[in-house]
Ligand binder design. Sequence first.
Ligand code: NI
Length: 259
Amino acid sequence: MPLFDSHAHYDDEKFDCDRDELLSRLTEPCEENPLGIAGVINCASDLETSRKSLALAEKYGYISAAVGVHPHEADSWETDTSDAVRRLAAHEKCVAVGEIGLDYHYDFSPREKQKEVFRYQLALARELGKPVIIHDREAHGDTMEILREFPEVTGVLHAFSGSAEMVRELVKMGYYIAYGGSVTFKNADRLAATVSEVPDDRLLIETDSPYLAPVPYRGRRNTSALMYATAVKLSELRGPAVSEIANLTRENAARLFNL
Ligand code: NI
């Protein structure tokens, strides 16, 4: 009954000092996580991290890669980027296009460019028949509008931060909802209230490692092992035991990502 981490960034420089040591024993049960880890989706944010993601998936059997350009990096998208992303996303170790979406909190790229790059990658996912991993920060309205333009595509809203109403809409559209460490935070009552809206067959759990470590590890470098604390929180909010949360989120990940 190990856990499945549907969103991590083990290519991040915060793992440069001990990446192989950490990843070679990540699946084993440990003090923080008695269940162990069944699998991890390593998500990309640009071309370089897409390549690194694929390399990690080739090295570690339990890691699968997502390939894509994050809204923060949308402004660096040039004409030859499309060909490169397409080539990398078609790789057999790439199980999803991500992470892609809109970020109106930081606005690191102009919004029009973010939308253009988002649409391009949704069309790519449709063409390749792969699911998408969506980053939506303070852009719920435009995110929903654009997702509706691609009814053949499905995927997951990563680090979900929307409303209960948005959960219901996304579920109708075939999407999965992923919760990470932020659901354990003290000020997360509104987010926590959405957890019980998600049907059993659409719930996912994630770290966004190395970011967003759950309580009581806030401020620490996040790893998949610390996700057990998030699973405990989901169990408190939904009812079933932690082992049941682990089972259903793992089965959901296997179904969504065709593992
Ligand atoms: Ni991420």
